[in-house]
Design a protein around this ligand. Structure first.
Ligand code: AMP
Ligand code: MG
Length: 488
């Protein structure tokens, strides 16, 4: 039986599947032994125009055993620079079911991750383990609630099969929802094939999907590059303002939609250290926290190279045009980051000294080993309480506080306005690494309640609540856990 068409509300179209065979291959998910639903993201289902009720018994759909109505499953081809080295890739374990048309007219990819082998699997098994899929669900929901563009997960289903990693683990399939799965690496593939018509077709498709307002540009490749550049500048600025380290910013993991994609080794900073690297495979620190803007620009340069064949003029003129766009990345990033930094400090006006004020705070946080998230929460508390009565928390020097207070006073806004602005910009709860590990460990032995409770808390990250109190502090024994603060 097919999952109820009218019942569940599937409204799938398959525009990507209609693209040339160099870009995708029809591929059925491989059925699994015993599908069982462990996560159904009901708020997201509603946004997609899906009725959660029938979905609760649709484990077979979310495990890949049954097609939702209208699906034409494919695996997508792409290439990419992985840690700087060019490789041909493709969906080795992901299968796109189709594009759901939402009630408000958006077209969103519905993809099963861990759904079995494809022609792009190479030596991989095409499968995924439960822990990493739950982690992707958790962090995707947290990012979304933090106002950071992200792919999200509609469901996680157990397969009833074991996957072999360092040890045997429960297998799972994640249903990923994305504005699209077009990556910088998709353009690299088309360019590497040397097929200009294919590249033009891909560009048309991407522009239609993400930048339809720019479709009439007389230089579509440049207009598209500019739009992707702006989205990435804004996205990376948002990462930097919450202490997010993606961990594997290969060009195949950079979506042209501007959504964060592929939550593998990512993690959030506790203590502020710009050199932080979480991923054990990133031994050179290529994807360290502070390197992320430069890496984004490097990835955009790979997109620019891929588009050269479809930019008008001779080679030299085309290079000049793309260079102009790439050179504006630094400025676009700075603008987005500084705007966010001002919001974190409660500032409404723009003054020349603001960059220095923010950077000096970061420098003293680094020196003191202060917790990134908690420091900003403390600043908001400080505004609320008219100033610290006890000792200063780490990372806040009297001199710096004086400068900041002077800067706020010059704006002359009511204290409550400043506090509100700060509370909207500074999360009190993020997916702290030790908490993430704790709830995943429970889930792996069958207790999903801690994960569900954490996801609920992460959906409202900006206000202190009794529910989020246990999740706010840094790791036990860390250098600056929230509980050591004594400012207010
Ligand atoms: P990632 O680092 O997760 O972005 O994956 C890089 C490439 O490896 C992509 O082409 C994935 O589809 C592929 N891949 C990752 N895990 C597996 C797996 N278990 N089986 C097959 N392919 C995989
Ligand atoms: Mg990937």
């Amino acid at each position: 039986m097919q999952a109820g068409r009218s019942e569940a509300g599937w409204r799938l179209e398959n525009t990507y599947a209609a693209l040339p065979e160099q870009l995708c291959t029809p591929t059925e998910p491989t059925a699994v032994r015993l599908p069982r639903l462990v996560v159904l993201n009901e708020p997201l289902a509603a946004e997609l125009g899906l009725d959660p009720e029938p979905l609760r018994s649709a484990a077979a759909v979310f495990a890949g055993n049954e097609r939702p109505p209208g699906a034409e499953p494919i695996a997508q081809a792409y290439a990419g620079h992985q840690f700087g080295h060019f490789t041909n890739l493709g969906d080795g374990r992901a299968i796109l079911l189709g594009e759901q048309i939402t009630p408000d007219g958006q077209r969103l990819d519905i993809q099963l991750k861990g759904a079995g082998r494809t022609r792009y699997s190479r030596s991989g098994d095409g499968r995924a383990a439960l822990g990493p899929m739950l982690r992707e669900h958790l962090i995707g929901e947290a990012m979304h609630a933090l106002g950071i563009p992200s792919t999200r997960s509609l469901a996680v289903a157990l397969t009833g099969e074991v996957v072999r990693r360092e040890k045997p683990l429960p297998g799972a399939v994640l249903t990923r929802v994305a504005a699209s799965h077009l990556r910088v690496g998709t353009f690299q593939l088309a360019a590497a094939l040397g097929d200009q018509a294919l590249l033009e077709q891909l560009l048309d498709y991407a522009v239609d999907r993400h930048d339809a307002t720019r479709a009439d540009s007389d230089e579509p490749a440049i207009a598209f590059l500019e739009a992707v550049m702006q989205r990435q500048a804004s996205l990376i600025a948002k990462w930097m303002l919450v202490g997010f380290v993606h961990g594997v910013m290969n060009t195949d993991n950079m979506a042209v939609s501007g959504e964060t994609i592929d939550y593998g080794p990512c993690a959030f900073l506790d203590v502020y250290d710009p050199a932080t690297v979480f991923s054990s495979i990133d031994q050179q620190g290529r994807y360290a926290f502070a390197n992320q803007p430069a890496i984004a620009q490097w990835n955009l340069a790979r997109l620019a190279e891929s588009l050269l064949q479809v930019v008008s003029g001779d080679q030299e003129q085309a290079i000049e045009k793309v260079r102009g766009v790439l050179e504006r990345f630094a400025e676009a990033f700075e603008r987005a980051h500084l705007a966010g930094a001002r919001a974190k400090l409660g500032l409404a006006e723009e003054h020349g000294e603001d960059r220095q004020l923010f950077d000096d705070l970061l420098a003293s946080m680094q020196q003191a080993g202060a917790d990134f998230t908690s420091t900003f929460v403390t600043l908001a508390d400080y505004v609320e309480s008219q100033g610290p009565t006890g000792c200063l928390p780490p990372g806040l020097t009297p001199g710096w506080l004086e400068r900041w207070r002077g800067r706020l006073e010059r704006e002359g806004l009511p204290r409550t306005d400043v506090r509100d602005r700060m509370q909207r910009a500074n999360p009190v709860v993020i997916p702290r690494n030790h908490k993430v590990e704790e709830v995943l460990a429970a889930a792996e032995i069958g207790d999903l309640q801690p994960l569900q409770a954490f996801v609920e808390v992460l959906r409202k990250p900006f206000a202190k609540t009794p529910e989020n109190e246990p999740y706010r502090g840094g790791p036990p024994g860390g250098s600056a856990p929230y509980r050591t603060f004594c400012g207010t």
